[in-house]
Design a protein around this ligand. Structure first.
Ligand SMILES: Cc1ncc(COP(=O)(O)O)c(C=O)c1O
Length: 404
């Protein structure tokens, strides 16, 4: 059997990982500024996380949701405390798409409506409703197409207001990433998020904050939406929640009431996943990782802004993006192969930095130094190529032009 070939991959076999570093099978060490796609929150193979999972594994890894699982309640309490959403309700699942799928479905159960407002460049996952609410027709199969989703321009308050004015009684929910990840690190403005809040309140629609990538402390606050002082009705989470152990979840405001069997899952909330998720929250708290993300992120962003060749440096905390001009398009590739630094990307020309929230200032500086060095090498070779081109065009030019 072969693998179903859906990913263009780098020919690297990672066999070991610690903190912000990973090693390949030739023992080459890489700085991980990509965090395995924003998944590594507390650092690779954090000892507390490993210990907690190991201990749980030796007791019980899984039993179905037909019994009491006290670890779920412990997780709910810890999550409530750290996120400041103590009166919310937790539903556990296994991935980001599943979290969004459940959130959209729950919103529709809640208000009995069908229309979902999503935004340009949004990414919400690859399952049926989640992918339909994702602004990328290439990954929406014909069977996922639905008239229930409308895409409005991101950060455009007038367009949103106008749509609500005309369709208010049909709108079930509005789903938005506080900082778009796959879309290229685009930060939702405070006034836009506040407008969503007030329209949802006015028309009884559900505000869903997709925090799968931008949540769990990555922005420097637990939810990136917190920067705008708004409270969503449902927050969706995954990625950093398990630091690599597959776990996702949604937290739900108290006015949205559960009914038996309206949602369900076989694996969601299993003992092992809860142990991993608890370990993550314990480390975020004991190592002050949100404030680390804020300060190291700010340092990284300031340093990047001082590199004149990089454009539109943006983001919050350790969720940072910048545009790379066409003549430096090999920057990402060379950072990986020459400097052994993993970074993320977004089409067409964005580099995304999504490292562990425990990234140190020294590690951030290592990345900055490599970026500066590589830009200078790329510019030099560009200048040499330009000079060669100029010389050869002079050689071929008539004598008068050559100035002889
Ligand atoms: C904002 C956002 N939502 C949802 C998802 C889907 O998560 P998963 O791949 O775990 O299904 C992603 C994944 O990149 C994401 O960035």
């Amino acid at each position: 059997m072969t693998l179903f070939d859906v990913y263009p991959i780098n020919n690297i076999n990672i066999v070991k990982a610690r903190g912000s570093y990973v090693w390949d099978d030739n023992d080459i060490k890489y700085l991980d500024m990509y965090g395995g796609h924003a998944v590594i929150s507390i650092g690779h193979t954090h000892p507390h996380w490993v210990r907690r999972i190991e201990e749980q594994l030796n007791n019980i890894a899984f039993y179905s949701n037909s019994i009491k699982i006290p670890l779920q309640q412990q997780l709910a309490e810890k999550l409530g405390k750290i996120s400041g959403k103590e009166n919310y309700q937790l539903f556990l699942c296994n991935s980001g798409a599943e979290a969004n799928e459940n959130a959209l479905k729950l919103a529709s159960f809640h208000n009995g409506r069908k229309k979902i407002v999503a935004f340009t460049k949004a990414f919400h996952g690859r399952t049926s409703l989640a992918v339909a609410a994702t602004d990328n027709p290439n990954i929406v199969a014909p069977v996922n197409e639905t008239d229930n989703i409308v895409f409005l321009p991101f950060n455009d308050e007038n367009a949103l207001e106008e749509y609500f004015d005309k369709n208010a009684n049909e709108i079930s929910s509005v789903i938005i990433e506080g900082i778009q990840g796959v879309g290229g690190i685009n930060v939702a403005t405070a006034t836009f998020l506040q407008k969503i809040r007030s329209l949802c309140d006015k028309y009884n629609a559900v505000f869903i904050a997709d925090s799968v990538q931008c949540g769990y402390g990555r922005s420097g606050k637990f939810f990136s939406h917190d920067y705008s002082d708004v409270t969503a009705d449902i927050y969706t989470m995954a990625k950093g929640m398990g630091n690599g152990f597959p776990v996702g979840g949604i937290i739900i405001a108290p006015h949205i009431k559960p009914k038996h069997f309206m949602l369900g899952t076989t694996f969601g909330g299993n003992h092992l996943a809860c142990a991993a998720a608890l370990a993550v929250l314990e480390v975020i708290e004991s190592e002050n990782l949100m404030s680390n993300a804020q300060s190291v992120g700010e340092h990284l962003m300031n340093e990047l802004k001082n590199i004149p060749e990089l454009q539109n440096v943006r983001g919050r905390g350790l969720m940072i993006g910048f545009d790379v001009p066409e003549e430096l398009k090999d920057l990402k590739k060379n950072l990986l192969w020459k400097h052994h630094i993993f970074t993320g990307e977004a089409k067409p020309n964005v580099i995304r930095l999504l490292p562990s929230l425990a990234l140190t200032k020294e590690e951030a500086d290592k990345c900055i130094d490599a970026i500066k060095k590589e830009i200078s090498v790329l510019k030099n070779s560009l200048n040499i190529a330009k000079a060669n081109e100029h010389n050869s065009s002079l050689k071929n030019a008539p004598l008068g032009v050559r100035g002889l």
